[in-house]
Design a protein around this ligand. Structure first.
Ligand code: FES
Length: 108
């Protein structure tokens, strides 16, 4: 289990976790948006840095977009598509997660 469902609230702080890749442990995160949980590698599509400006702070002020703290790229939480900023048109790398029995799990 990555976290309890109650740990990730609508438009609230995201949950940081890691996934194992051939390259090693990669940072990842999940947020809840419009009721559903969405997860991505925590790596901006512009420069490969982590997005959150403080740990878990992924949303912009509107709570409608995920924002990169470094140069302000904004992403749709439900698709990972970059709608503005230096990497407009690029995407975050999605991770499959499922929510069941009060928990959120990686589905790989
Ligand atoms: S590193 Fe994210 S917008 Fe530049």
């Amino acid at each position: 289990m990555i976290c309890k469902s109650e740990d990730v609230r609508e438009g609230g702080d995201g949950v940081r976790f890691t996934v194992t890749r051939v390259t090693g442990e990669e940072p990842a995160f999940l947020v809840r948006f419009q009721g559903r949980v969405h997860a991505y590698l925590n790596r901006c599509a512009h420069v490969p840095v982590e997005l959150d400006w403080l740990p878990g702070k992924f949303f912009d002020d509107s709570r409608l977009y995920v924002i990169c703290a470094t140069h302000g790229a904004t992403y749709e939480p439900e698709t990972g598509y970059c709608v503005s900023g230096p990497c407009r048109g690029a995407r975050l790398e999605p991770l499959r997660v499922v929510e069941r029995d009060g928990g959120v799990y990686l589905d790989e």
